[in-house]
Design a protein around this ligand. Structure first.
Ligand code: BMA
Length: 862
């Protein structure tokens, strides 16, 4: 018996030694870059860069130039202009590759580029093998014939995307409307090349980010070496899900170079570690084959969004073997859940596992202007901050790029639902077939790559392409100029893309997950961007300069964008602006403000003048912009929540920044939370109180995201500025599951008893187990007109903990550490007379330095 077992293992070892598995050789790391010698003018203008210098892959030439100190860092000071030439130049990237005779003896050697940005030609040992035109795609090319034993040279030539497209665009009488015109004279106004290319749109400059038109090998590169057959993709479809079982279909795409028989072993590892295996033998032909394997999971554990249950994940791995040469392994991690859109008489919302979930969250823009350098830690920080602020949804906005797998894997683990846009940022799309085919391939590939992630609960066709086509003035002008036939051709082209091509990609690659043609849209059921139907982007406040109270005028079905700008913390401003004097209209602050081509700081001023007291100095002004932002979004978000069930989601614009900026972000490029992010934690709390003063009364609502009824109390107390209670009302309340309930509408006479509006306020609170879990302050005058008392703030330190006490009302207290980087555990809070709060301060600075750096700011007199 023993001998037989030993013999068997020897045999097994021998067979597996013969069967060489697929090899993946990473070609990431150090490459070289130079100006393409054919680009003679550029080489003449930049002789130094016409010689090879160090390049890092994945990356971009812009990163290489910055790392080598050949251009100043565009994120600091006013340094965006000196790097522009890089995007207008044709480049070559080069590396060598050692190939052994053993590798050459294998059946297949393929170069796989996960992303090339964008118009690239690849040659190996001087032999042209591949040319590309879509940065959102992966490219695979057979290199066996081009390789030789010993040293080989790979050259990737990438042409300037602007220069490549410009002849065509300049020749157009009416080029397609795009997004933001270049301030650098490289493209004439109204003649943008970006609508014609498949490349992250924000790199051409956005209203929160610089123009940095990346050129490079921006994703990993590998050499894949295999025999007989490999697994090209493994899709895991969820065909049915109930409490008894989940029925799945593993769909393998197997690519073979000859007819052979393969064994596919599919293993499912449950969250508790138990493994089940299904083996399937299939005959495959040379070329692309599909092999499907039905799987069943008994008593499935469901994946839930954060706040509604756990996030159990199952591992599905597939092993391919043919007993001769082929051996390949793929792995997917899945979660079991259903996702549906609630669409009933115009409504719009998400039903996960049959439960209608109010979406609380924000919009995510790319993590950096150089996507290749984004770290996992940076992505984790943003997602963790989202979860810590009680968000359950992030919209991955369409003007960027499809994010790395790691991002979605983290969202899966944290229970953050992802609204995933396809990458269309607002530009009108070309109607030609070639463009459509490119998009089709991109969409199918990306949905296949991401479909196993339970966090992705919807795919949406684009950002603002549909509403822009309907409503924006440049598009109206375009339609008029081109006439009805061309208008129809372009319009139909977009409809084919967003209503058919992308919808089909989701339907076939991720069946069961809803598709929504655009944000905002109404699924082609009527005009887009309305309160009554579908999702809405509301920009009357901020872009339209309307007062923030406009947020309260209606209950949209789902607010997928609304936003308000502020300055980042002083630590961040100092980092990009340096040490000198700071002013809101100084060149460096205008350079880091992209709204209205740099004039956006006027809008900050407009709203500050409208609502808040004058700033004492620049640091105080920074504080005031953050208060204004936090208060505006707080007002809107609480309102949206109180509008449930008419409203089923509230995603503010935007959670993050691509660089150190003055923008709508609630946390800046360095991850520092602005006051808005702290406010989000309060206004998105699972149980919250909403109190709005309108038409001479205070309307109080309570909202609960719990799935069980919850009993507590709500109370409202009114005070004068000396801290005396003027009015008081307290009632028990049972909050129904997943609900918003108006509990009172109290006329001023009953709450404030004739007190002066400017010298009194009310505090509405929700109490559970006798403790306040949510609070909001009602004021009947604008903050600037309120007669706030001197708050008498005191700070007492204990290590890096500080206790702040107020003797009188202190509104929107900020712990300002100036240029010292520090993150307090709470900030922007209100203190009632006599109240105190203890805050932990996370910082590399010493406790003594923190104590020295601290300034306490409030809306009242200091
Ligand atoms: C929106 C977005 C972005 C833009 C933002 C702020 O509508 O979709 O295109 O950055 O507004 O203006």
């Amino acid at each position: 018996m023993k001998i037989r077992a030993a013999l068997l293992s020897v045999l097994l070892l021998t067979t597996s030694a013969l069967a060489a598995p697929k090899d993946v050789v990473s070609l990431n790391g150090e490459w070289q870059v130079r100006i393409d010698p054919a680009d003679a003018d550029a080489a003449k203008a930049h002789p130094k860069e016409s010689k090879w210098f160090k390049s890092l892959v994945p990356g971009s030439v812009q990163q290489d130039l910055i790392s080598a100190g050949r251009v100043p860092d565009p994120f600091k000071g006013i340094n965006e202009a000196p790097i522009q030439w890089a995007g207008m130049t044709n480049w070559q990237f080069r590396r060598t590759l050692q190939v052994t005779p053993a590798m050459l003896a294998r059946d297949n050697l393929e170069l796989v580029f996960d992303g090339l940005d964008t118009f690239a030609s690849v040659s190996v040992n001087g032999k042209a093998l591949l040319s590309t035109d879509n940065a959102h795609r992966r490219w695979r090319v057979d290199v066996k014939q081009a390789l030789k034993a010993g040293e080989n040279e790979i050259i990737v030539s990438i042409a300037s995307p602007i220069r490549t497209l410009q002849p065509k665009v300049l020749a157009e009488a009416n080029p397609l409307p795009g997004e933001y015109d270049s301030p650098y004279g490289d493209e004439p106004k109204g003649k943008q090349t970006s609508p014609y290319i498949r490349k992250p749109k924000y790199q051409y400059g956005w209203d929160w980010g610089p123009r940095l038109v990346n050129i490079g090998v921006w994703q990993p590169v590998n050499l894949e070496v295999w025999d007989d057959a490999r697994v090209d993709t493994l899709l895991v479809h969820q065909e049915a899900l109930n409490d008894a079982e989940a029925r799945l279909l593993a769909r393998y795409r197997v690519v073979a170079d000859k007819e052979t028989t393969v064994t596919l072993t599919t293993s499912i590892t449950a969250p508790d570690g138990t493994v089940q295996k299904v083996e399937r033998t299939a005959k495959v032909a040379a070329g692309v084959n599909e092999v499907t394997v039905p799987l069943t999971i008994e008593k499935p554990q469901r994946w839930w969004p954060v706040g509604y249950g756990a996030q159990p994940l199952y591992k599905v791995s597939g092993h391919l073997g043919d007993g001769q040469g082929a051996a390949d392994t793929v792995e997917r991690r899945i979660g079991l859940r259903t996702s549906e859109l609630v669409r009933d008489k115009g409504s719009f919302g998400f039903k996960i596992n049959g439960m209608v979930i109010f979406a609380k969250g924000s919009n995510l823009i790319p993590f950096d202007n150089f996507p290749a350098r984004v770290s996992e830690a940076q992505m984790r920080d943003v997602l963790t901050s989202a979860r810590d602020a009680n968000m359950n949804m992030i919209r991955v906005w369409g003007g960027g790029y499809y994010l790395h797998d790691a991002f979605y894997a983290m969202a899966d683990e944290m229970g953050i639902m992802v609204w995933q846009d396809f990458m269309f940022g607002g530009a009108v799309t070309p109607p030609d077939a070639e463009f459509r085919h490119s998009v089709k391939a991109e969409a199918e590939e990306q949905v296949e790559r991401l479909q196993s992630h339970p966090s992705i609960v919807v795919w949406a066709g684009n950002n603002e392409v549909l509403s822009g086509w309907e409503n924006w003035s440049d598009r109206k002008a375009f339609k008029k100029k081109v006439g009805p036939d061309e208008q129809e051709r372009v319009g139909v082209g977009m409809a084919v893309l967003f209503d058919r091509v992308l919808r089909d990609a989701v339907l076939t690659r991720s069946p069961g997950i809803p598709y929504w043609p655009g944000s905002p849209s109404t699924d082609y059921e009527g005009p887009t961007d309305t309160d009554k139907d579908g999702d809405r982007h509301f920009w009357d406040v901020w872009s339209g300069s309307k007062p923030v109270e406009k947020y309260l005028e209606s209950c949209p079905r789902f607010m997928s964008e609304y936003g308000f700008q502020s300055m980042p913390d002083m630590a961040t401003i100092r980092d990009f602006a340096g040490k000198g004097d700071l002013a809101i209209d100084s060149p460096v602050l205008k350079a880091h403000q992209k709204f209205l081509a740099g004039e956006g700081n006027d809008r900050l001023k407009l709203y500050m003048d409208q609502r808040l007291r004058p700033a004492k100095d620049f640091a105080d002004l920074v504080y005031l912009t953050q208060v204004n932002q936090a208060q505006a979004i707080d007002m809107a978000a609480r309102h949206h929540r109180a509008c449930r069930p008419v409203t089923l989601g509230s995603l503010y614009w935007q959670i993050n920044d691509t660089w150190p900026a003055i923008s709508w972000a609630s946390m800046d490029y360095y991850g520092r939370w602005k006051l808005l992010h702290y406010a989000a934690r309060r206004f998105f709390a699972p149980q919250a109180i909403v109190a709005q003063h309108r038409d001479g009364a205070t309307v109080v609502s309570v909202v609960s995201d719990a799935t069980q009824p919850i009993t507590g109390q709500w109370r409202i107390r009114s005070f004068d500025m000396a801290g005396k209670v003027i009015g008081n009302r307290e009632e028990a309340v049972t909050m129904l599951p997943l609900s918003a309930t108006q509990v009172a509408s109290i006329p001023d006479a009953d709450l404030f008893h004739g007190a002066d509006a400017k010298a009194s306020y009310a505090v509405a609170e929700l109490l559970l187990d006798g403790k306040p879990v949510s609070r909001t302050i009602v004021e009947r005058a604008l903050p600037k007109d309120m007669a706030y008392p001197a708050p008498g703030l005191k700070a007492e330190w204990d290590g890096k903990k500080v206790t702040i006490t107020a003797t009188a009302l202190a509104r929107a207290v900020m712990l300002d550490f100036g240029a010292t980087a520090a993150q307090p555990s709470d900030d922007g809070f209100d203190l009632l007379p006599g109240e105190s709060i203890t805050v932990d301060v996370r910082s590399d600075a010493t406790a003594a330095a923190l104590k020295r750096a601290l300034t306490l700011r409030t809306l009242g007199p200091q």
